[in-house]
Design a protein around this ligand. Sequence first.
Ligand code: HEC
Ligand code: HEC
Ligand code: HEC
Ligand code: HEC
Ligand code: HEC
Ligand code: HEC
Length: 228
Amino acid sequence: MNCSGCHQAKDASDTLAWIKQPDHTVCTSCHKEEVEGFLTGLHGMRLKQGMTPMQPGMAEQPMKPSAGHAKLTCMSCHGAHRFDTRKAAVEACLTCHDDGHTRAYKASPHFGLWHEEISGRGAKGSGVSCATCHLPRVEFTTPEDETRVLVQHNQNDNLRPNEKMVRSVCMNCHGLQFSLDALADGKLIGRNFKGMPAKQIESIRMALEAEKRGAARKAVGDTDETEE
Ligand code: HEC
Ligand code: HEC
Ligand code: HEC
Ligand code: HEC
Ligand code: HEC
Ligand code: HEC
């Protein structure tokens, strides 16, 4: 891709001009789904409404004071010319976010796995970055009716209720019961999933046991039929 792909557009007099500082609108022609997702979540919502970009200084959640005036655009995570998605998945987030859950991440086994992956020792997809949970890869149907796996850039899409993360994220690696128990444990979320869930959710355990009993009865029934 050459410079004009992002830096050139027609100006008011319909002649091609060099855009000094391209914004997210130039990305739309090639990355429509990513731009739409970004504009729908809290990161890009202000831009969608025609306001100035979101800034950490405006946030309710704890942010790094050094990032107070940073402007949230595609370039906050991707940089202008180095589109390094690994850096975008953890290090970029840490330039702004500064709550307990975020600060705890690097002490979690999930970060250990991510570290292994990016240093080339772990298999691709075996690590769990901030983006694995908050900007997961999901299936999109493009306007041409094709199904493509792209990054969901709306970080609010699976955030509340957090059980939305179970299928799109956790169950790629964990079972249903374990995932639900972990997501029901607020303290464990605070430690960014370092440690085991404190308790089992009763209703789920009972439902799973009922299902097992049902399956066992069915198996017995099947045997009876074959004997007859
Ligand atoms: C994928 C889109 C894209 C492509 C391709 C691209 N740029 Fe950029 N460029 C950007 C963005 C985005 C910015 C930063 C805008 C900002 O600072 O907000 C930028 C910034 C710049 C700047 C200003 C740098 C600064 O520090 O203020 C220059 C100069 C520049 N680009 C030159 C080029 C040249 C030359 C090429 C081709 C070799 C090129 N760009 C290709 C997206 C692109
Ligand atoms: C003219 C088309 C075009 C434009 C405009 C464009 N891109 Fe891309 N971009 C591509 C293609 C092609 C790829 C590589 C194939 C893919 O991953 O879909 C790519 C890949 C990427 C990647 C993934 C890199 C990786 O390592 O996987 C990122 C991130 C990205 N672009 C961001 C941007 C941003 C941000 C803008 C706007 C400033 C932009 N692009 C503008 C065509 C474009
Ligand atoms: C909050 C950080 C963040 C922002 C803001 C962000 N991205 Fe991304 N983006 C990521 C991460 C992280 C990945 C890679 C995730 C992965 O590899 O699983 C990614 C991947 C991509 C990819 C390649 C994967 C795909 O979906 O094809 C493209 C293209 C892309 N981003 C475009 C954009 C555009 C365009 C914008 C602005 C509208 C933008 N991004 C804003 C974090 C961000
Ligand atoms: C340039 C600073 C910046 C970067 C980089 C950034 N964020 Fe954010 N993020 C914010 C701000 C500001 C908000 C709005 C918070 C508020 O209003 O309290 C936000 C909101 C969020 C929320 C929604 C919180 C909620 O309660 O709705 C999540 C989740 C989130 N970011 C995750 C991430 C992840 C994951 C990354 C990296 C892939 C990332 N952010 C990168 C500044 C940033
Ligand atoms: C294993 C999945 C997972 C990982 C990894 C992860 N998070 Fe989260 N994150 C969650 C869950 C679950 C919540 C809680 C949602 C809820 O219950 O409201 C959350 C909440 C948040 C919030 C909102 C806090 C609030 O008070 O509303 C932010 C911001 C955030 N995470 C950022 C990050 C950043 C930055 C990283 C990486 C340093 C990260 N997360 C790593 C799963 C994860
Ligand atoms: C890409 C795979 C993957 C995804 C996705 C994933 N995990 Fe994990 N997680 C693991 C692996 C592997 C371990 C075990 C790491 C170890 O013991 O070193 C683990 C460990 C854990 C632990 C135990 C930590 C400890 O200290 O022993 C909890 C709790 C956990 N994950 C919760 C979650 C939740 C909740 C989600 C979804 C929001 C999730 N995980 C998503 C792979 C994943």
